[in-house]
Design a protein around this ligand. Structure first.
Ligand code: GEK
Length: 245
């Protein structure tokens, strides 16, 4: 898919007070540019979601894209699906993001339909799923709700179904944590963000995006009943896992 959008200048001007980050219209307008320049490996993770969909999605099953934003993952899944009778349910609780998603992805009769749903992913019932994606979304869910959400996803998967879980992570070792953050900020600078933009965005995401360690994610997936979780992608402090029912 094309990630073209307006350039992200949301944090370019100095602010007296930096409020909590929200997925509002200002963010929705520039989101493809923002996420592409902020998340190392974003395009790789999204494109590989298509490959994993081709390999995994079963006939007459559902795919859920949770925290779908403008629908990049949902579209990648749609492009990957090789079997008939499926539906993609793309969920986000930001009306501004969903409005842009619907505009960007007109439905066509020859492709697997995508249902865009404006809801909190913690309220979704999962059933008959062969693929569920949480691409950079679990990090925004309150910590105490994360295990229950993953258990419900696992219970809604068919045998052979998978969850793709992509997250920003943190590290127990303070030196490693520091190094990874520095590399991530170098990546953002190389993509044209200046130090003011980087630091204001960082403040806005404080207590909104709550990263955990890779070990915490593995442990939670186990607790939620997934039989195995494989790390298939890492770039600095961003990872993606495939968890199997
Ligand atoms: C992509 N997966 O481009 N319920 C539903 N949606 C939520 C919730 C919630 N409780 N909390 C946050 N969101 C996308 C990128 S962005 C990642 C995902 C980022 C939504 C929120 O509105 C936003 O659209 C998305 O999760 C996170 O492949 O911005 O770093």
């Amino acid at each position: 898919m094309s990630h073209k959008s307006e350039q992200d200048r949301v944090y370019a001007d100095p602010r007296e007070q930096v409020d909590h980050f929200v997925f509002d219209q200002q963010v929705a307008r520039v989101f493809p540019d923002m996420i592409g320049r902020s998340v190392p490996g974003y395009d790789t993770v999204i494109n590989l979601s298509s490959v994993l969909a081709a390999q995994t999605v079963q006939p007459d099953s559902r795919c859920y894209d949770l925290g779908c934003s403008l629908g990049a993952t949902a579209q990648a899944i749609q492009n990957g699906i090789r079997v008939p009778g499926c539906r993609i349910i793309a969920v986000d609780n930001s009306p501004a993001m969903l409005e842009q998603a619907v505009k960007r992805l007109p439905q066509t009769a020859d492709k697997t339909p995508i249902d865009f749903v404006c809801a909190d992913i913690s309220d979704i019932q999962f059933a008959n799923a062969s693929l569920v994606t949480l691409n950079f979304t679990l990090q925004f869910i309150p910590l105490e709700q994360r295990t229950a959400l993953l258990s419900r996803i696992r219970n809604g998967l068919r045998p052979g179904g998978i969850l793709i879980l992509s997250e920003k992570i943190c590290f127990d070792d303070p030196q490693e944590e520091q190094l990874q953050i520095e590399m991530h900020h170098a990546f953002k600078r190389a993509n044209g963000y200046n130090d003011l933009e980087i630091s204001q965005k960082r403040s806005a995401l404080e207590n909104v995006l709550i990263p955990e360690t890779l070990e915490q994610h593995r442990e939670r997936l186990k607790q939620a009943g997934f039989s195995r979780a494989n790390l298939w992608f890492q770039c600095f402090n961003f990872v993606s896992l495939v968890a199997r029912k």
